[in-house]
Design a protein around this ligand. Structure first.
Ligand SMILES: Nc1ncnc2c1ncn2[C@@H]1O[C@H](COP(=O)(O)OP(=O)(O)OP(=O)(O)O)[C@@H](O)[C@H]1O
Ligand SMILES: [Mg+2]
Length: 179
């Protein structure tokens, strides 16, 4: 079976509190994997470990056949992500914020317009990020994750703050991405 993400007994402890307890995931390439559980179940913590944002206490994982931690940089090059509330430079416009990420990733300028278009922000691209509504900030976060169309997306509550039609649009957008 062709798995894009596998974890084996992935565990995170904070002092003596266990946040993630022996999680073994097998996620198929090209699939949309819904990671569900009650508040505090450890979903965000698991995703943070996959992105190298917090170290596992125990266990291991591979992403696209690459092993963490030795292949950390190669792994990150393949993932677009959005964890909880995305953060931006408040005094820059949406377009400028995306352009910063684009330059770091070494992508062509057109990718910013592509990402703005994908999330329906083209007409608000020149508004300051601090003047964005909650839903517009979520869309900008999603645009950042989609920059350069990475093969893997890890999205933590990407529809938070969106109106019902926005939720629908983002769902359709994610479903429409090539697998
Ligand atoms: N830095 C930390 N220090 C101590 N405990 C933490 C830390 N980060 C998270 N936790 C705890 O780990 C548990 C899992 O948190 P996590 O944010 O992963 O849950 P979640 O499944 O994403 O929940 P939600 O649905 O509310 O987003 C919670 O009990 C949380 O309080
Ligand atoms: Mg969470």
């Amino acid at each position: 079976m062709d798995y894009i993400i596998t974890t084996e007994h992935l565990t995170k402890k904070y002092k003596n509190f266990t946040s993630v307890n022996h999680v073994s995931l097998h996620i198929r390439k090209g699939s949309i994997y819904g990671f569900l559980g009650p508040n505090g179940a450890g979903k965000s913590t698991t995703m943070k470990m996959l992105l190298g944002l917090t170290a596992p206490t125990k266990g291991s994982f591979t992403i696209d056949g690459k092993q963490f931690p030795q292949d950390r940089i190669a792994i990150l090059k393949e993932i677009g992500s959005f964890i909880e509330e995305p953060s931006f430079y408040a005094n820059l416009t949406g377009r400028e914020n995306l352009d910063i990420i684009r330059r770091i990733l070494g992508l062509p300028k057109a990718d910013v317009e592509d990402a703005l278009e994908l999330v329906g922000l083209t007409e608000f691209g020149d508004r300051l990020a601090k003047q964005y509504s909650l839903g517009m900030k979520q869309r900008l976060g999603l645009a950042g994750a989609l920059l350069g169309r990475p093969p893997i997306l890890i999205l933590d509550e990407p529809t938070n703050g969106l109106d019902p039609s926005g939720i629908h649009e983002i769902r359709n957008l994610v479903k429409s991405l090539p697998s």
